[in-house]
Design a binder for this molecule. Structure first.
Ligand code: GRF
Length: 201
């Protein structure tokens, strides 16, 4: 299966997916990495692995819809079947979601529906939760509101800083995200209303 990863930042989740594909734990390949930030290290990671790295400057577009429709065009042109958001810092327009309904995933560094949006780790720490974690979910029109695919808890310690908690959450993310992608590729994710079930092999 041809995968696209959309990322704005460091791309450590992208790396985990590339590595999992290279180890054949994912039976698909990252065909393209797309970013809205030219300096995103995710683009560099893609180039290092011989993967097409694409950047589109949002500053050159007057509307989100126009930008997204170019992104969708590029993805369609490359026959992408699953769109993987990995630290992509833009809310997708309804047009984008409609074009790839049920075929867009995101990873969030908190246990949704708690602490959606940006700075999920910071929000959780400030709130004072004793357990946080991460969530892989399908993307719908809302902000981190789509059906939850996988979720795993991470304990919060008294001496945690945003960085230390984020680091432990990242470790879990790097395991969880490739697993969710592979479940999708195997056709084992079934969504009924809000609930996502994992079918037996
Ligand atoms: C991850 O923590 C993910 O949960 C959030 O953005 C971060 C991206 O990290 N959506 P990276 O760029 O994959 O290292």
């Amino acid at each position: 299966m041809r995968l696209a990863v959309l990322a704005s930042g460091n791309g450590s989740n992208l790396q985990a997916i590339i590595d999992a594909a290279n180890r054949e734990e994912i039976s698909g390949s990252v065909a393209v990495v797309f970013s809205d930030k030219e300096e995103s290290f995710a683009l560099e990671r893609a180039r290092r692995h011989g993967i097409e790295a694409l950047f589109l400057n949002p500053g050159h577009y007057s509307h989100r819809e126009a930008y997204d429709s170019d992104v969708v065009y590029l993805l369609r042109e490359r026959e992408i079947e699953l769109v993987i958001l990995a630290g992509f810092m833009r809310l997708l327009s309804p047009h984008f979601v409609e074009q790839y309904r049920g075929r867009i995933m995101n990873i969030h560094p908190a246990l949704l529906p708690s602490f959606p949006g940006v700075d999920g780790v910071k929000q959780a720490l400030r709130y004072g939760v004793k357990v946080s974690g991460c969530t892989v979910h399908f993307v719908d029109e809302g902000l981190d509101t789509g059906p939850i695919i996988l979720q795993e808890a991470v304990k919060v310690y008294d001496n945690d800083t945003e960085e230390s908690l984020q680091e432990r959450i990242h470790e879990v993310e790097h395991r969880l995200y490739p697993r969710a992608v592979q479940l999708f590729i195997e056709g084992r994710l079934r969504v009924e209303e809000r609930r996502c079930f994992i079918d037996e092999e």
